[in-house]
Design a protein around this ligand. Structure first.
Ligand code: BES
Ligand code: MN
Ligand code: ZN
Length: 496
């Protein structure tokens, strides 16, 4: 993992060393600590604003180097724009601030907007945005091109009116940041390093945070009859695993929330092999499993008052002499038979057995699965919304609200019997592809055949978890999408 800054919270004061960060809107009025800093530096801030043509636009920054009269290395102004700011905006502002001070040893962030105090929760959100922005995945860059560790490991002090309140909230937000960063790390790791066994070990490590983790191996999966999942794995020399992570922080008799993740550590397509161009991206085909693991990390670390179970199917989809063939028919754990038309539609085969197993074993309050399931969802929604599919309007509404709050937004796509018909098979109960059209929906219809009447949402994160565009809080290829979304869903609706 990349070296990340350490955060601390202190009461409001005028920063004296290091870099100081101030937030101002388009009125460009300083006030409060900013005013004092400006006076101390002989009006350096007031002069720099027009000189740098800084207008206070949202997330725009200027840097004033070595201001006279102060012992500061620099003063950074971050623009608030002139519109009402939501939670996700404050995280983005933290990200923008980190972008301007990255690599500095000591950063003092003044939690004021135009000199008016920022509340504790918002101060913590700024820290979260900063931490997520500071992440990069440089594990495999050898020393030469790599920034010096010491310079990168900045100390960030947030100066806030309610420093104690902010520090308390940060304990929770930091757990969620760490979960997001864990998910990013898992997705960014190459498949030669992170196979099913290695991923399972990362899940097992959650025991250090108080989770109860069980790893099912090949013989266990055979015994359970998870033949749909096993069919995908059979072309790889690396054996599959299923990891079950339990956090029982709720009441004894409370039905658990179950999160299911697609963990295809590499998806070559199998015998229906993918084209060479871009195939390297398929190391990220475990983005769903990574989000589930990151979420469980967050819930454990922040000791969420909820019963939650994460279950991930870890397999590699490879072509070899023992690989599954198009035309093969497998009997899933549920007893339903599946004709494998295309071995590249493997994610749904993995999830089918996990969903059935979860429904039977855990008697869940709901099941939410996350999967980099279809290229078609990228065609439909790009990188800015995950597709959701569900049998529960209420759960969709909750998820949409969590998406809007965190910025990990989701958009619902339909399910209907006309789409379901598209996966009927001539030879078996169903086939694993539904043809060219509505590819994300027919994939979801396939999953729906394994959830029974449990409340369920499928989140297709193919466009959002990996190969993500740069944002103020995510600079890397992996975004960690899903961790903040689902943590928020739990926090707002299912705790205490
Ligand atoms: N892992 C892919 C989907 C994917 C594509 C994820 C691009 C991330 C980026 C999935 O297993 C897959 O290959 N889906 C096929 C399904 C088709 C064969 C019915 C697809 O989307 O083309
Ligand atoms: Mn595939
Ligand atoms: Zn896949």
């Amino acid at each position: 993992m990349a070296t990340l800054p350490a955060f601390q919270f202190e009461s409001l004061s005028v920063p004296e060393t290091g870099a100081a960060v101030l937030f101002v809107d388009k009125s460009l009025t300083l006030g409060g600590v900013g005013q004092s800093l400006d006076e101390k530096s002989g009006g350096a801030i007031g002069r720099a604003i027009p000189a740098a043509d800084f207008k206070g636009d949202f997330c725009k920054t200027i840097r004033i180097l070595a201001p006279a009269g102060a012992d500061l290395d620099q003063i950074v102004l971050v623009g608030l724009g002139d519109e009402a700011l939501s939670e996700r905006d404050f995280a983005a502002l933290g990200g923008a601030a980190m972008g301007a001070v990255k690599g500095l040893k000591s950063v003092m962030v003044v939690a004021e907007a135009n000199g008016k105090e920022i509340d504790a929760a918002t101060a913590s959100l700024i820290a979260m945005g900063m931490k997520l922005r500071a992440y990069d995945f440089d594990l495999y860059k050898t020393e030469k091109g790599k920034p010096k560790e010491a310079a990168k490991a900045a100390k960030v002090t947030i100066l806030a009116a309610d420093a104690e309140g902010a520090a308390n909230i940060w304990e929770t937000d930091d757990a969620v940041s760490n979960g997001t960063i864990l998910a990013r790390d898992l997705v960014n790791e190459p498949a030669n390093v992170l196979g099913p066994k290695e991923f399972a070990a990362k899940a097992k490590a959650l025991e250090e945070l108080g989770a109860e983790v069980e790893i099912l191996k090949l013989a266990d999966l055979e015994k359970l009859g998870m033949n749909a999942l096993l069919g995908v794995a059979q072309g790889s020399v690396r054996k599959p695993r299923v990891a079950i992570m339990k956090w029982m922080g709720g009441f004894n008799d409370e039905a658990p929330l179950v999160f299911v993740g697609k963990g295809v550590v590499f998806d070559s397509g199998g015998i229906s092999i993918k084209p060479a161009a871009g195939m390297e991206d398929m190391k990220g085909d475990m983005g769903g499993a990574a989000a589930v693991t990151g979420l469980m990390h967050a819930l454990c670390q922040r000791k969420a008052k909820v019963n939650a179970i994460g279950i991930i199917g870890l397999v590699e989809n490879m072509p070899d002499g023992n690989a599954q063939r198009p035309g093969d028919i497998v009997t899933s754990m549920s007893g339903q038979t599946i004709e494998v038309i295309n071995t590249d539609a493997e994610g749904r085969l993995v999830l089918a057995d996990l969903l059935h197993y979860s429904k039977e074993t855990f008697k869940p309050r709901f099941m939410i699965d996350l999967a980099t399931l279809t290229g078609a969802v990228i065609v439909a929604l790009g990188a800015h919304n995950a597709g959701i599919f569900s049998n529960s309007d209420a759960l969709c509404a909750q998820l949409s609200a969590s998406g809007a709050a965190t910025g990990e937004t989701v958009w619902r796509l339909p399910l209907a019997k006309e789409y379901d018909k598209m996966i009927d098979s001539k030879f078996a109960d169903m086939k694993n592809t539904g043809g060219r059209w509505a590819g994300s929906i027919t994939a979801a219809q396939f999953l729906k055949r394994f959830v029974g009447d449990v409340d369920w949402v499928h989140i297709d994160v193919a466009g959002t978890a990996m190969d993500a565009p740069k944002t103020e809080i995510s600079q890397g290829w992996a975004s960690g999408f899903g961790v903040r979304l689902l943590d928020r869903l739990v926090k707002d609706n299912y705790e205490g």
